[in-house]
Write a protein that binds this ligand. Structure first.
Ligand code: PLP
Length: 405
């Protein structure tokens, strides 16, 4: 076999989104671009904010001498200070540039953190439904994932289940709020209780247990909801973030990790993480992007546009009979599959040219994910197809049938 058995099996286990994407390409060839409704990828169709292009122009016209050379593996001081300033606003202790490392996206940051803290065989708790890459990232660094379900109705933290899953091998818990794929935001009280549980268990077990807060959607929150800062809730916490979603720059690979200034041995943690950023082969985050985002920490894409898309889909789909939690943030909906077999339902949706990802791809069979970071016109054009799908799946509400008749 030309590639390792392990990688081969990982490819097979993780192929849902890719499979759907490829089948979408086939459908587009047959039916035309306009008639296929692709809700599979969390790849924003929106462009970065104007301020991004302004800074890009400025960097091209007035380059800082030496700015494309190797640098401190943690990144530019100026950029880390800008990130630290914003994080300090929701942190009880001031975050300083020495607590921040610029990374190649949130994915890069997660790998750096996991490599820094994991000994072989140690466990990382992940909360279903989860971002599928967590399993691979943990495995990259010799760890083992332990899945704990969130509440199956609300997708909020099941704190009792987390507490009973923490054991002598637990090294970390990854949380993600606003959540991919459910869109929920965890309230402050729950994060505070999580902090208490982790501290109590860590004392009992005499080991450090980290909470890694993966927050690439933190600025995409609706209806005046605020994402609570993790540093005020959990002492041994690390924030992982990126500008893939809030500035619509997923291809630019720019993000960061930041350690809670109150963390035990924070200096040693940062030393380890800087080393890991280097030896994972990232070396440092892209120089040009670091220069730009240093001046964009208070910018974001138009969140109101995402809210309108959420409402358009949520209102129409619930009226058709689909059941789902109304998301507080991010740009995903995670409805219950009308069939027990979510893969079968996604196949039926494909017949109506609607492309979705089965919940199975997120460790959550019985649901499906809609990524609504697409143009509003795509959502509007898809609505008649959703109606036919609801009818064929046997869930169409009688009132809608009458309106349609
Ligand atoms: N974490 C979550 C929950 C995500 O949804 C994503 C991307 O979709 C990532 C991390 C990785 O983001 P990045 O592009 O910054 O590596």
């Amino acid at each position: 076999m030309p590639i390792s058995v392990k990688v081969m099996s990982c490819i097979e286990r993780s192929s849902w989104i890719r499979k759907m994407f490829e089948e979408g390409a086939t459908l587009r060839n047959i039916h035309g671009e306009e008639n296929v409704f692709d809700f599979t990828l969390g790849n924003p169709s929106t462009e970065p904010p104007k301020a991004f292009f302004r800074e890009l122009l400025e960097a091209a016209q007035n380059p800082v001498p030496g700015m494309y050379r190797y640098m401190n593996n943690a990144g530019y001081e100026e950029t880390r200070a800008a990130v630290a300033e914003v994080l300090s606003e929701v942190s009880p202790l001031p975050v300083e540039s020495r607590h921040v490392i610029m990374t190649c996206g949130a994915g890069g940051a997660l790998n750096v953190v996991l490599k820094t803290i994991l000994n072989p065989g140690e466990e990382v708790i992940i909360l279903a439904p989860y971002f599928v890459e967590y399993k691979f990232y943990v495995d990259n660094h010799g760890g083992v994932t332990r899945e704990v379900w969130t509440n199956r109705e609300t997708f909020q933290l099941d704190l009792a289940a987390i507490e009973s899953a923490i054991g002598p091998n637990t090294r970390a818990i990854i949380i993600n709020s606003p959540n991919n794929p459910t869109g929920v935001i965890y309230p402050r009280e729950d994060l505070q209780t999580l902090g208490e549980i982790v501290e109590r268990k860590a004392n009992e077990l005499q080991r450090v247990i980290y909470v890694i807060s993966d927050e690439p959607y933190a600025r995409i929150a609706y209806d005046d909801r605020k994402v609570p800062g993790i540093f005020s809730c959990v002492k041994n916490s690390v924030v992982v973030n990126s500008h893939s979603k809030d500035l619509a720059l997923p291809g630019a690979r720019i993000g960061y990790l930041a350690a809670n200034p109150a963390m035990d041995n924070v200096g040693r943690f940062m030393e380890g993480a800087v080393f890991c950023n280097r030896v994972l082969g990232f070396v440092n985050a892209p120089a040009l992007m670091q220069r730009l985002v240093a001046r964009l920490q208070r910018e974001s894409v138009d969140i109101e546009e995402y809210r309108q898309k959420r409402d358009l889909l949520y209102d129409n789909l619930t009226a058709l009979g689909f059941r789902m939690v109304k998301p507080d943030g991010a740009f995903y909906l995670f409805p219950r599959s009308p069939f027990a077999d979510d893969v079968e339902f996604v196949r039926l949706a494909q017949k109506h040219n609607i492309l979705l990802v089965p919940g199975t791809g997120f460790g959550a069979p019985g649901y499906f994910r809609i990524a609504y970071c697409v143009d509003e016109a795509v959502i509007r054009r898809s609505l008649p197809a959703w109606e036919k799908l609801a009818e064929e799946a046997g869930i169409l509400q009688p009132s809608v049938k009458e309106i349609g008749a």
